[in-house]
Design a protein around this ligand. Structure first.
Ligand SMILES: *[C@@H]1O[C@H](CO)[C@@H](O)[C@H](O)[C@H]1NC(C)=O
Length: 141
């Protein structure tokens, strides 16, 4: 291999690495969505100021609930795939705050047993809102 070829490979590698929206320590999981009413929540009860002004929040499933320690944790989430093609909105990621437990939400989530249940606003920011379930990549921040 010539020196120029080696250099091209090197830059290709660096570019690929930097372009990854998530480092390799992100986890994969599944997300559902839920709609209002959101109060009271399993984390903060009826406190109206618990929701971030962005309205990007979520209820934690058993995998991340951590016996309630998940309350207030922030996760970066992006949609990676879904049963129906083109459900994910490309290049979109969100940061959500955990405010509830997926099994105690007031409204019924669009699917059960998921890693997390996203608020309507959160879900529709990364995927077609008519989907019930999406595969996600997520990482605590
Ligand atoms: C979202 O999905 C619905 C139902 O599959 C479809 O009719 C609609 O066109 C999709 N919306 C977008 C913006 O892709």
């Amino acid at each position: 291999m010539s020196k120029a070829q080696t250099q091209i490979l090197f830059y290709l590698f660096i570019t690929l690495f930097i372009d990854l929206p998530f480092p390799s320590f992100a986890d994969v999981g599944v997300a559902a969505q839920y709609s209002p009413p959101y109060l009271p929540t399993g984390c903060y009860g009826g406190e109206a100021l618990q929701f971030p002004s962005s309205n990007l929040f979520a209820a934690a499933g058993d995998g991340i609930w951590d016996n309630g320690a998940a309350c207030g944790r922030q996760y970066l989430v992006r949609c990676i795939s879904a049963e129906k093609p083109r459900t994910c909105i490309p290049q979109q990621s969100i940061q959500v705050k955990i405010v509830d437990y997926a099994f105690s939400t007031v409204s019924t989530p669009s699917a059960t047993g998921t890693t997390m249940v996203l608020s309507q606003k959160a879900f529709q920011t990364i995927a077609n809102s008519s989907a019930a379930l999406i595969n996600i990549e997520f990482q605590q921040v």
